[in-house]
Design a protein around this ligand. Structure first.
Ligand code: NAD
Ligand code: TYD
Length: 354
């Protein structure tokens, strides 16, 4: 079996659900269940005997070594992280704790486990670390997209903490020979995306009749990838990636934030029109920009295509339509994640913006 950390979050949950659609192999899921972790995301696996869920911290070495000894996974896929840039600006501490210290403890535990393996089990073991394109910093309008050889220039506490974790993973390969793989992916979107991030927040706010807060001029560019394409890329890298290598993953879908918001509004106008006949675009509100806001991210995904034959299956148009439809069909899920904690976050992040 494999061990998947952060499996109750957005991408981790999609990964585990897709895994069982493709594989017979079992999964041990480890997740701390922070505000971003939601067992409801894995509810469809409740009666699946090949899925074992354990609540816990990647930094808990006693727990993780017990799980490794008991289940003898052939691979660990690490999604666990604090993942929201705005939260990292308001409170960086948790990011350092989980993304840096937590990853370090996880690496130590895995190094001890891997050191005790023998023969084929040792040779074929893999640790796959899921990271972000944000470690490369911000691009100018004319710059080429990020390749695996770009310099690390992280600008937010979030991206700095992910950069630190990537460096630790690299060092554990270089120094101890740990068979690691790292993926650096662009912005994901799709089902189970927590509505603090741009796309789900816009869908949820639009339907609730609330303002759609666009930071600054809305011309910041992100490179969007449908989450299931990210999951297929990770499976591909796990299967055939060369150890010690980094693979950039992206969808060749650069879009300005304002265009994203317009697209979401257009789809909602079609699929769930406002009762007053007006467009959801009326709800767009420009608000104070994010401090240190990166202007543009773009991924050059040629290496993973060339070496591993991976390409995204969805275009932005097909993926965003599926996503909006998923939120319309899963209003109970949305209602359940809007806890007191969620409302408090909206107050913290948006109340101070003009
Ligand atoms: P998320 O915030 O939705 O989920 C993170 C999960 O990790 C949650 O279930 C949370 O409970 C769990 N977690 C947090 N701290 C933990 C700890 N100490 N121990 C165990 N579990 C813990 O994040 P996501 O969007 O699913 O991102 C997953 C990974 O992918 C992250 O490493 C992130 O940096 C990376 N990534 C995300 C994107 C994106 O667009 N969302 C893009 C590229 C890379
Ligand atoms: P986000 O989803 O937080 O992802 P990231 O910061 O990791 O790229 O934000 C995506 C873009 O959308 C980013 O440029 C910030 C912007 N944004 C808004 O304009 N308004 C919002 O309310 C949010 C949450 C994000």
């Amino acid at each position: 079996m494999i061990l998947v950390t952060g499996s109750a979050g957005f991408i981790g949950a999609n990964f585990v659900l897709d895994w069982f659609a493709q594989h017979d192999e079992g999964v041990v899921s480890l997740d701390k269940l922070t505000y971003a972790g939601n067992l409801e995301n894995l509810a469809s696996l409740k009666d699946n005997p090949r899925h074992i869920f354990v609540q816990g911290d990647i930094g808990d070495q006693a727990l993780v070594s017990r799980l490794l000894a008991e289940h003898r996974p052939r691979a660990v896929v690490n999604f666990a992280a604090e993942s929201h840039v705005d939260r990292s600006i308001h409170g960086p501490e948790d990011f350092i704790q989980t993304n840096v210290v937590g990853t370090f403890h996880l690496l130590e535990t895995i190094r001890a486990y891997w050191g005790g393996l023998e023969g084929e089990a040792k040779v074929s073991f893999r640790f796959l670390h899921v990271s972000t394109d944000e470690v490369y910093g911000s691009l100018g309008a004319q710059d080429p997209a990020f390749s695996e050889t770009n310099r690390y220039e992280p600008n937010s506490p979030y991206s700095a903490s992910k950069a630190a974790s990537d460096h630790l993973v690299r060092a554990y390969h270089h120094t101890y020979g740990l068979p690691v793989l790292t993926t650096n992916c662009s912005n994901n979107y799709g089902p189970y995306h927590f509505p603090e991030k741009l796309i789900p927040l816009m869908i949820v706010n639009a339907l609730a009749g609330k303002p759609l807060p666009v930071y600054g001029d809305g011309q910041q560019i992100r490179d969007w990838l449908y989450v299931k394409d990210h999951c297929s890329a990770i499976r591909r890298v796990l299967e055939s990636g060369r150890t010690g290598e980094v693979y950039n993953v992206g969808g060749w879908n650069e879009k300005a934030n304002l265009d994203i918001v317009h697209t979401v509004c257009g789809l909602l106008d079609e699929l769930r029109p406002r009762t007053d006949g007006k467009s959801y675009r009326e709800q767009i509100a420009f608000v104070t920009d994010r401090p240190g806001h990166d202007r543009r991210y773009a991924i050059d995904a040629r290496k993973i295509e060339r070496e591993l034959g991976w390409k995204p299956a969805e275009t932005f148009e097909t993926g965003i339509r599926k996503t909006v439809q998923w939120y319309l069909d899963n209003q109970d899920w949305v209602g359940n994640v809007q806890s007191g904690n969620y409302r408090q976050w909206l107050e913290t992040n948006y109340a101070g913006r003009a």
